[in-house]
Write a new protein. Structure first.
Lengths: 116, 287
Protein backbone atom coordinates (compact mmCIF):
# COMPACT_ATOMS: atom_id res chain seq x y z
CA UNK A 1 0.00 0.00 0.00
CA UNK A 2 2.75 2.36 0.92
CA UNK A 3 4.16 4.38 -1.91
CA UNK A 4 7.81 3.94 -2.64
CA UNK A 5 8.63 7.55 -1.95
CA UNK A 6 7.32 10.68 -0.32
CA UNK A 7 7.34 14.34 -1.21
CA UNK A 8 9.35 16.57 1.06
CA UNK A 9 9.22 20.32 1.45
CA UNK A 10 11.78 21.88 3.76
CA UNK A 11 11.06 25.56 4.24
CA UNK A 12 12.60 28.31 6.34
CA UNK A 13 11.13 31.80 6.76
CA UNK A 14 13.27 33.16 3.95
CA UNK A 15 13.32 30.37 1.42
CA UNK A 16 12.54 26.82 0.36
CA UNK A 17 15.66 24.86 1.20
CA UNK A 18 14.71 21.51 -0.27
CA UNK A 19 11.81 20.27 -2.32
CA UNK A 20 11.64 16.86 -3.89
CA UNK A 21 11.20 13.13 -3.56
CA UNK A 22 12.62 11.16 -0.68
CA UNK A 23 12.47 7.57 0.49
CA UNK A 24 13.11 8.24 4.16
CA UNK A 25 13.77 11.01 6.63
CA UNK A 26 15.39 11.17 10.02
CA UNK A 27 14.53 14.41 11.76
CA UNK A 28 15.46 15.90 15.13
CA UNK A 29 12.13 15.99 16.97
CA UNK A 30 11.81 17.84 20.25
CA UNK A 31 12.29 14.67 22.28
CA UNK A 32 14.70 12.71 20.10
CA UNK A 33 15.07 11.63 16.54
CA UNK A 34 12.08 10.63 14.53
CA UNK A 35 12.16 8.55 11.38
CA UNK A 36 9.58 8.88 8.66
CA UNK A 37 9.16 6.32 5.90
CA UNK A 38 6.61 6.21 3.10
CA UNK A 39 3.19 5.22 4.36
CA UNK A 40 3.61 6.94 7.70
CA UNK A 41 0.43 7.80 9.61
CA UNK A 42 -0.52 11.48 9.70
CA UNK A 43 1.61 13.17 12.31
CA UNK A 44 2.55 16.62 13.52
CA UNK A 45 5.52 17.02 15.81
CA UNK A 46 7.68 19.82 17.10
CA UNK A 47 11.34 19.85 16.16
CA UNK A 48 14.33 20.68 18.27
CA UNK A 49 17.71 21.41 16.75
CA UNK A 50 20.06 19.02 14.98
CA UNK A 51 20.80 17.12 11.83
CA UNK A 52 18.11 16.22 9.34
CA UNK A 53 18.86 13.31 7.03
CA UNK A 54 16.98 12.99 3.78
CA UNK A 55 17.43 9.79 1.80
CA UNK A 56 17.11 10.32 -1.90
CA UNK A 57 15.49 7.82 -4.26
CA UNK A 58 18.76 7.72 -6.18
CA UNK A 59 20.54 6.30 -3.15
CA UNK A 60 22.39 9.27 -1.68
CA UNK A 61 21.64 11.07 1.55
CA UNK A 62 21.28 14.79 1.94
CA UNK A 63 22.16 16.29 5.29
CA UNK A 64 20.77 19.52 6.63
CA UNK A 65 20.91 21.30 9.89
CA UNK A 66 17.60 22.53 11.24
CA UNK A 67 16.75 24.40 14.38
CA UNK A 68 13.26 24.63 15.88
CA UNK A 69 10.14 24.17 13.91
CA UNK A 70 7.52 21.61 13.16
CA UNK A 71 7.15 18.54 10.96
CA UNK A 72 3.93 17.39 9.40
CA UNK A 73 3.30 14.12 7.58
CA UNK A 74 0.13 13.41 5.72
CA UNK A 75 -0.58 11.25 2.68
CA UNK A 76 3.11 10.72 1.97
CA UNK A 77 3.72 14.44 1.96
CA UNK A 78 6.17 15.75 4.49
CA UNK A 79 6.35 19.42 5.34
CA UNK A 80 9.17 20.61 7.55
CA UNK A 81 8.90 24.15 8.75
CA UNK A 82 11.94 25.42 10.51
CA UNK A 83 13.41 28.63 11.82
CA UNK A 84 16.80 27.75 10.47
CA UNK A 85 17.80 25.35 7.73
CA UNK A 86 21.19 25.07 6.15
CA UNK A 87 23.91 22.59 5.33
CA UNK A 88 25.77 23.46 8.51
CA UNK A 89 24.99 24.50 12.03
CA UNK A 90 25.34 28.22 12.72
CA UNK A 91 28.50 29.13 14.61
CA UNK A 92 26.60 30.33 17.65
CA UNK A 93 24.29 27.34 17.86
CA UNK A 94 22.91 26.35 21.24
CA UNK A 95 20.45 23.57 21.83
CA UNK A 96 16.97 24.96 21.72
CA UNK A 97 15.67 23.61 24.99
CA UNK A 98 14.33 27.05 25.78
CA UNK A 99 11.88 26.59 22.93
CA UNK A 100 10.09 24.03 25.09
CA UNK A 101 9.44 24.67 28.73
CA UNK A 102 9.99 21.43 30.70
CA UNK A 103 7.34 22.40 33.24
CA UNK A 104 4.83 22.74 30.48
CA UNK A 105 5.78 19.40 29.00
CA UNK A 106 5.07 17.56 32.23
CA UNK A 107 1.39 18.07 31.99
CA UNK A 108 1.12 16.89 28.43
CA UNK A 109 -1.98 14.79 28.61
CA UNK A 110 -3.90 14.50 25.44
CA UNK A 111 -6.14 11.49 25.88
CA UNK A 112 -5.79 8.96 23.14
CA UNK A 113 -2.51 10.35 21.86
CA UNK A 114 -0.36 7.27 21.42
CA UNK A 115 2.83 9.29 21.38
CA UNK A 116 2.45 10.59 24.91
CA UNK B 1 25.59 86.00 -26.63
CA UNK B 2 24.44 85.80 -23.00
CA UNK B 3 21.24 84.11 -24.10
CA UNK B 4 23.02 81.12 -25.62
CA UNK B 5 25.17 80.83 -22.53
CA UNK B 6 22.05 80.70 -20.37
CA UNK B 7 20.62 77.87 -22.49
CA UNK B 8 23.87 75.99 -22.36
CA UNK B 9 23.90 76.21 -18.59
CA UNK B 10 20.36 74.85 -18.31
CA UNK B 11 21.05 72.04 -20.75
CA UNK B 12 24.02 70.95 -18.68
CA UNK B 13 22.00 71.08 -15.48
CA UNK B 14 19.09 69.03 -16.86
CA UNK B 15 21.53 66.57 -18.36
CA UNK B 16 23.16 66.07 -14.96
CA UNK B 17 19.82 65.53 -13.31
CA UNK B 18 18.89 63.00 -15.95
CA UNK B 19 22.07 61.11 -15.34
CA UNK B 20 21.28 60.89 -11.64
CA UNK B 21 17.67 59.80 -12.10
CA UNK B 22 18.73 57.23 -14.66
CA UNK B 23 21.24 55.77 -12.24
CA UNK B 24 18.66 55.68 -9.48
CA UNK B 25 16.29 53.94 -11.84
CA UNK B 26 18.86 51.26 -12.57
CA UNK B 27 19.70 50.80 -8.90
CA UNK B 28 16.01 50.47 -8.06
CA UNK B 29 15.52 47.97 -10.87
CA UNK B 30 18.21 45.67 -9.57
CA UNK B 31 17.04 46.03 -5.95
CA UNK B 32 13.48 45.37 -7.05
CA UNK B 33 14.57 42.11 -8.60
CA UNK B 34 16.26 41.01 -5.40
CA UNK B 35 13.39 42.17 -3.20
CA UNK B 36 10.72 40.50 -5.28
CA UNK B 37 12.73 37.28 -5.34
CA UNK B 38 12.72 37.42 -1.56
CA UNK B 39 8.96 37.93 -1.50
CA UNK B 40 8.38 34.89 -3.68
CA UNK B 41 10.91 32.77 -1.80
CA UNK B 42 9.24 33.49 1.53
CA UNK B 43 5.74 32.59 0.43
CA UNK B 44 6.01 28.77 0.76
CA UNK B 45 6.81 29.17 4.47
CA UNK B 46 3.67 31.20 5.03
CA UNK B 47 1.60 28.68 3.09
CA UNK B 48 3.06 25.72 5.00
CA UNK B 49 2.59 27.44 8.34
CA UNK B 50 -1.01 28.19 7.53
CA UNK B 51 -1.55 24.60 6.45
CA UNK B 52 -0.25 23.27 9.77
CA UNK B 53 -2.09 25.80 11.91
CA UNK B 54 -5.25 24.93 10.03
CA UNK B 55 -4.71 21.24 10.71
CA UNK B 56 -4.24 21.87 14.42
CA UNK B 57 -6.82 24.55 14.93
CA UNK B 58 -9.87 23.58 16.88
CA UNK B 59 -12.57 26.14 17.68
CA UNK B 60 -12.55 24.90 21.26
CA UNK B 61 -8.89 25.71 21.56
CA UNK B 62 -9.34 29.32 20.58
CA UNK B 63 -10.49 30.37 24.01
CA UNK B 64 -7.34 29.03 25.59
CA UNK B 65 -4.93 31.06 23.52
CA UNK B 66 -4.60 34.69 24.49
CA UNK B 67 -3.40 35.44 20.96
CA UNK B 68 -6.75 34.37 19.55
CA UNK B 69 -8.98 36.09 22.06
CA UNK B 70 -11.61 38.29 20.47
CA UNK B 71 -12.49 41.02 22.91
CA UNK B 72 -16.18 41.97 22.98
CA UNK B 73 -15.23 45.58 23.19
CA UNK B 74 -12.16 47.00 21.52
CA UNK B 75 -10.51 49.59 23.71
CA UNK B 76 -7.01 50.08 22.34
CA UNK B 77 -5.85 49.60 18.78
CA UNK B 78 -2.21 49.57 17.72
CA UNK B 79 -1.20 50.46 14.19
CA UNK B 80 2.21 49.45 12.93
CA UNK B 81 2.89 51.62 9.90
CA UNK B 82 5.66 50.61 7.52
CA UNK B 83 7.17 53.36 5.40
CA UNK B 84 10.51 53.90 3.71
CA UNK B 85 13.53 55.70 5.09
CA UNK B 86 14.07 57.41 1.77
CA UNK B 87 11.89 59.40 -0.55
CA UNK B 88 12.01 59.90 -4.32
CA UNK B 89 9.62 57.02 -4.74
CA UNK B 90 6.58 58.80 -6.10
CA UNK B 91 3.41 58.41 -4.07
CA UNK B 92 4.68 55.33 -2.26
CA UNK B 93 5.09 56.82 1.21
CA UNK B 94 2.09 59.10 0.86
CA UNK B 95 -0.18 56.18 0.00
CA UNK B 96 0.92 54.22 3.04
CA UNK B 97 0.53 57.21 5.32
CA UNK B 98 -2.91 57.92 3.92
CA UNK B 99 -3.95 54.32 4.55
CA UNK B 100 -2.72 54.51 8.15
CA UNK B 101 -4.53 57.80 8.59
CA UNK B 102 -7.73 56.13 7.37
CA UNK B 103 -7.46 53.30 9.89
CA UNK B 104 -6.54 55.80 12.58
CA UNK B 105 -9.51 58.07 11.93
CA UNK B 106 -11.91 55.17 11.58
CA UNK B 107 -10.85 53.64 14.88
CA UNK B 108 -11.01 56.99 16.62
CA UNK B 109 -14.46 57.61 15.23
CA UNK B 110 -15.53 54.42 16.96
CA UNK B 111 -14.22 55.78 20.22
CA UNK B 112 -11.15 53.60 20.41
CA UNK B 113 -7.82 54.65 21.73
CA UNK B 114 -5.20 54.35 19.00
CA UNK B 115 -1.47 54.11 19.38
CA UNK B 116 0.81 54.56 16.45
CA UNK B 117 4.03 52.66 15.87
CA UNK B 118 5.92 54.00 12.89
CA UNK B 119 8.73 52.41 10.93
CA UNK B 120 10.68 54.53 8.44
CA UNK B 121 11.79 58.16 8.44
CA UNK B 122 9.12 59.28 6.00
CA UNK B 123 6.22 58.18 8.17
CA UNK B 124 7.87 59.52 11.29
CA UNK B 125 8.44 62.99 9.88
CA UNK B 126 4.91 63.15 8.55
CA UNK B 127 3.29 62.33 11.87
CA UNK B 128 5.72 64.55 13.73
CA UNK B 129 4.67 67.39 11.45
CA UNK B 130 1.04 66.58 12.17
CA UNK B 131 1.72 66.67 15.89
CA UNK B 132 0.53 63.09 16.27
CA UNK B 133 1.97 61.19 19.18
CA UNK B 134 3.94 58.08 18.23
CA UNK B 135 4.31 55.19 20.64
CA UNK B 136 7.45 53.95 18.94
CA UNK B 137 9.68 54.84 16.01
CA UNK B 138 12.09 52.73 14.10
CA UNK B 139 14.46 53.72 11.33
CA UNK B 140 16.82 50.78 11.47
CA UNK B 141 15.38 48.65 8.66
CA UNK B 142 17.46 48.00 5.56
CA UNK B 143 16.26 47.31 2.05
CA UNK B 144 16.36 43.61 2.88
CA UNK B 145 14.48 43.05 6.15
CA UNK B 146 15.03 39.81 8.06
CA UNK B 147 12.71 37.65 10.18
CA UNK B 148 14.55 39.00 13.22
CA UNK B 149 13.48 42.52 12.26
CA UNK B 150 9.87 41.35 12.17
CA UNK B 151 10.29 39.65 15.52
CA UNK B 152 11.74 42.78 17.07
CA UNK B 153 8.92 44.95 15.76
CA UNK B 154 6.08 42.71 16.78
CA UNK B 155 7.17 41.01 20.00
CA UNK B 156 6.28 43.95 22.22
CA UNK B 157 2.87 44.34 20.63
CA UNK B 158 2.23 40.64 20.91
CA UNK B 159 3.03 40.57 24.63
CA UNK B 160 0.81 43.52 25.26
CA UNK B 161 -2.00 41.90 23.32
CA UNK B 162 -1.66 38.79 25.44
CA UNK B 163 -1.89 40.76 28.67
CA UNK B 164 -4.96 42.56 27.37
CA UNK B 165 -3.41 46.03 27.03
CA UNK B 166 -4.11 45.96 23.32
CA UNK B 167 -7.22 44.61 21.70
CA UNK B 168 -6.38 44.83 18.03
CA UNK B 169 -3.21 45.24 16.00
CA UNK B 170 -2.95 46.35 12.39
CA UNK B 171 0.03 46.38 10.11
CA UNK B 172 -0.15 48.96 7.33
CA UNK B 173 2.13 48.12 4.43
CA UNK B 174 2.04 47.40 0.73
CA UNK B 175 0.72 44.28 -0.89
CA UNK B 176 3.05 43.13 -3.64
CA UNK B 177 0.76 41.75 -6.33
CA UNK B 178 3.26 42.44 -9.09
CA UNK B 179 6.00 45.01 -9.60
CA UNK B 180 3.39 47.36 -11.05
CA UNK B 181 0.55 46.71 -8.63
CA UNK B 182 1.41 47.39 -5.01
CA UNK B 183 -1.62 48.86 -3.28
CA UNK B 184 -1.34 49.91 0.37
CA UNK B 185 -3.15 47.62 2.74
CA UNK B 186 -4.05 47.39 6.41
CA UNK B 187 -3.78 43.82 7.69
CA UNK B 188 -5.26 42.85 11.00
CA UNK B 189 -2.64 40.59 12.55
CA UNK B 190 -4.09 40.36 16.04
CA UNK B 191 -6.32 38.77 17.13
CA UNK B 192 -5.30 35.85 14.94
CA UNK B 193 -7.96 34.80 12.52
CA UNK B 194 -8.21 31.05 12.24
CA UNK B 195 -7.22 30.00 8.72
CA UNK B 196 -10.20 29.27 6.57
CA UNK B 197 -10.88 26.24 4.46
CA UNK B 198 -11.45 22.58 5.05
CA UNK B 199 -9.56 20.90 7.78
CA UNK B 200 -9.01 17.44 9.11
CA UNK B 201 -9.91 17.17 12.78
CA UNK B 202 -6.68 17.26 14.81
CA UNK B 203 -7.52 13.88 16.34
CA UNK B 204 -6.56 12.29 13.05
CA UNK B 205 -2.92 13.15 13.60
CA UNK B 206 -0.35 11.70 15.90
CA UNK B 207 0.57 14.78 17.85
CA UNK B 208 3.80 15.23 19.72
CA UNK B 209 4.01 16.73 22.29
CA UNK B 210 0.32 17.78 22.12
CA UNK B 211 -1.95 19.87 19.96
CA UNK B 212 -2.07 22.91 22.16
CA UNK B 213 1.64 22.87 22.92
CA UNK B 214 2.46 22.78 19.23
CA UNK B 215 -0.05 25.50 18.51
CA UNK B 216 1.36 27.61 21.34
CA UNK B 217 4.75 27.53 19.56
CA UNK B 218 3.32 28.12 16.11
CA UNK B 219 0.98 31.03 16.74
CA UNK B 220 3.78 33.50 17.55
CA UNK B 221 5.58 32.35 14.42
CA UNK B 222 2.39 32.92 12.50
CA UNK B 223 2.20 36.52 13.66
CA UNK B 224 5.86 37.14 13.11
CA UNK B 225 5.63 35.71 9.64
CA UNK B 226 2.74 37.98 8.73
CA UNK B 227 4.80 40.97 9.76
CA UNK B 228 7.84 39.61 7.95
CA UNK B 229 5.79 39.13 4.82
CA UNK B 230 4.51 42.70 5.10
CA UNK B 231 8.08 43.96 5.53
CA UNK B 232 9.27 42.08 2.46
CA UNK B 233 6.38 43.18 0.31
CA UNK B 234 6.67 46.79 1.40
CA UNK B 235 10.41 46.77 0.69
CA UNK B 236 9.77 45.38 -2.79
CA UNK B 237 6.98 47.87 -3.39
CA UNK B 238 9.29 50.73 -2.43
CA UNK B 239 11.81 49.71 -5.05
CA UNK B 240 9.06 49.27 -7.63
CA UNK B 241 7.66 52.72 -6.87
CA UNK B 242 11.10 54.30 -6.99
CA UNK B 243 11.87 52.68 -10.30
CA UNK B 244 8.67 54.02 -11.85
CA UNK B 245 9.20 57.49 -10.35
CA UNK B 246 12.78 57.64 -11.58
CA UNK B 247 11.84 56.36 -15.00
CA UNK B 248 9.28 59.14 -15.31
CA UNK B 249 11.82 61.67 -14.11
CA UNK B 250 14.35 60.45 -16.67
CA UNK B 251 11.77 60.62 -19.45
CA UNK B 252 10.73 64.12 -18.43
CA UNK B 253 14.34 65.25 -18.33
CA UNK B 254 14.89 63.86 -21.84
CA UNK B 255 11.87 65.70 -23.10
CA UNK B 256 12.98 68.92 -21.45
CA UNK B 257 16.42 68.47 -22.89
CA UNK B 258 15.03 68.13 -26.40
CA UNK B 259 13.09 71.35 -26.03
CA UNK B 260 16.03 73.21 -24.58
CA UNK B 261 18.31 72.05 -27.36
CA UNK B 262 15.80 73.17 -29.95
CA UNK B 263 15.50 76.60 -28.35
CA UNK B 264 19.24 76.83 -27.97
CA UNK B 265 19.82 76.13 -31.67
CA UNK B 266 17.14 78.57 -32.63
CA UNK B 267 18.75 81.33 -30.61
CA UNK B 268 22.18 80.44 -31.95
CA UNK B 269 20.96 80.54 -35.53
CA UNK B 270 19.16 83.82 -34.96
CA UNK B 271 22.35 85.23 -33.60
CA UNK B 272 24.37 84.11 -36.64
CA UNK B 273 21.74 85.43 -38.99
CA UNK B 274 21.80 88.72 -37.19
CA UNK B 275 25.58 88.91 -37.36
CA UNK B 276 25.58 88.20 -41.08
CA UNK B 277 22.89 90.80 -41.61
CA UNK B 278 25.00 93.30 -39.70
CA UNK B 279 28.09 92.49 -41.77
CA UNK B 280 26.15 92.68 -45.01
CA UNK B 281 24.53 95.90 -43.86
CA UNK B 282 27.92 97.31 -42.88
CA UNK B 283 29.44 96.34 -46.23
CA UNK B 284 26.50 97.82 -48.08
CA UNK B 285 27.00 101.11 -46.28
CA UNK B 286 30.48 101.45 -47.81
CA UNK B 287 29.28 101.04 -51.38
Amino acid sequence: MAAASMKLRLVSPVTTVFEGETVGIVAPAWDGQVGVLPGHAPMITLLGGGALFVELPSGGTEEFFVNRGVLKVEDDEVVILTEYADREAPADFQTSQAWLDPAELEDVSTPGNPLV
Amino acid sequence: MSKTREFKRRIRSVDNTRQITRTMEMVATSKLKRCSDRVYAARPYGAALEEIVRALYDPELAGRFPLMRRPDEIGTVAILLLTANRGLAGAFNVNLIRKAREVLDESRAQGRHVELHVVGKKGISFFRFQGEEMASRDTSLTDYPSPEDAERLVSGLQERFETGELDQVYVVGSRFNSPLSTPPEAREILPIRPPEGERTPPENYLLSPSGDLILARLLPLYIRNQVFQALLETAAAEQGARRVAMKNATDNASEMLDELKLSYNRVRQAQITQEIAEIVGGAAAFE
